[in-house]
Design a binder for this molecule. Structure first.
Ligand code: KG4
Ligand code: ZN
Length: 340
């Protein structure tokens, strides 16, 4: 018999609901929040208020599109962390009440693990899934990790950022250039027209498999400050080259450590996940390793890269099979926790 799960995501500024039937997504809706645009970043209090407004309409839309009655649901899965506490509480409270009212199991989901498990969603155009063990570069607005994935719920962080996340590096660079938040997708868009070798920015010298991006932000800031003194139009005139060069540097910093991880572990199955895995430069860099270095590479479908509830629903599906259910006492957590 098929298993139907409702997935709910509300960890940051996107309210999302999805319905999954086994490993196939029947519906996946995201309400983006526009209230943060004027502030150059997510304002936590505004985010939780917007989640309160969006959550019921988004879930209602997902259930209608999936064309199922809520009584058919086998379980409800929700993001329990990491994320913004006020935002997480909206999804968690709804999921708890829904599970009580329908008398179905409640499943808590780790947002970072869900980004990775999105690779297992079955889709007509996307039939290639990794087998265990594999490495996953998980890159989002809040995290940058190299994960050794031994099984669905056996993942080990073998490298991570010591300061900013890769998405943050994109967003902060964009902000310095006067681009609106979130700037990552815009840098990607302008980079397509520019020369990635036009400007060079220093690479950090960080040991092991760890990353650092705060130095890059500072070097971009000082470089642009000096150039703008000479020519106030410098950014406008060189926008595409600047974006291409910044993107090239971030992708290079990421790929160097992924190559090191492959060398050290001997694992040649490599995936990317998280919002920054939507980046065309990173996707191409990984794909090129398939041909040049014999890697087997896995990239989530574009719509499952940035925050979405489909990834929460697929994680819920795997947890349902293992009967990993949560009690009503479960509470959200803000920081990444490998054990949950
Ligand atoms: O995973 P995600 O949607 O949210 C978090 O869990 O943080 O990731 C959001 C991050 C933002 O920093 C955004 O700028 C970045 O992913 N991002 C991109 C692209 N699309 C989203 N960065 C570079 N290129 C993109 N195409
Ligand atoms: Zn995310």
């Amino acid at each position: 018999m098929s298993i139907y799960i409702l997935g709910i995501e509300s960890s940051c500024d996107d309210t999302s609901a999805a319905v999954i039937k086994d490993r196939k997504i029947l519906a996946n809706f995201i309400a983006n929040q526009t209230v943060h645009k004027d502030f150059g970043g997510v304002v936590p209090e505004l985010a939780s208020r917007a989640h309160q407004q969006n959550i019921i309409p988004v879930i209602d839309k997902a259930l209608r599109t999936a064309n199922i009655n809520k009584k058919q649901l086998n379980a409800v899965a929700f993001t329990n962390g990491p994320g913004l506490l006020g935002s997480l509480l909206v999804g968690a409270s709804f999921a708890k009440a829904f599970s009580l009212a329908l008398d179905i199991p409640l499943i808590e989901v780790n947002h970072m693990h869900a980004h990775i498990l999105a690779l297992f969603i079955e889709d007509e155009q996307h039939k290639k899934h990794p087998t265990f063990p594999f490495l996953c570069l998980t890159v989002s607005g809040g995290h940058t990790q190299i994960m050794l994935v031994r099984d669905y719920f056996d993942m080990e962080v073998i490298g991570q950022t010591i300061d900013d996340a890769a998405g943050e590096a994109f967003d902060k660079a964009a902000k310095i250039m006067g681009l609106p938040y979130p700037g990552g997708p815009l840098i990607d868009k302008f980079a397509r027209e520019g020369n990635p070798k036009a400007y060079s920015f220093p690479h950090p010298n960080i040991p092991n498999l760890d990353f650092s991006f705060s130095g890059l932000k500072t070097s971009i800031l000082y470089f642009l400050r000096d150039e703008l003194e000479k020519d106030p139009e410098f950014i406008e005139k060189n926008k595409t080259d600047l974006c291409a060069s910044i993107q090239h540097t971030i992708v290079d910093i990421l790929m160097r450590k992924v190559k090191k991880a492959v060398k050290e572990t001997g694992i040649k199955q490599v995936a990317i996940a998280g919002g920054v895995s939507a980046n065309s430069g990173l996707r191409n860099a990984l794909l090129s390793m398939e041909e040049s270095h014999d890697w087997l590479v896995y990239i989530p479908k574009f719509e499952y890269c940035t925050d979405n509830a489909a990834m929460i629903a697929i994680t819920g599906y795997f947890k349902y099979q293992q009967e990993q259910f949560a009690g009503q006492e479960v509470t959200p957590y803000t920081r990444y926790n490998q054990k949950r």
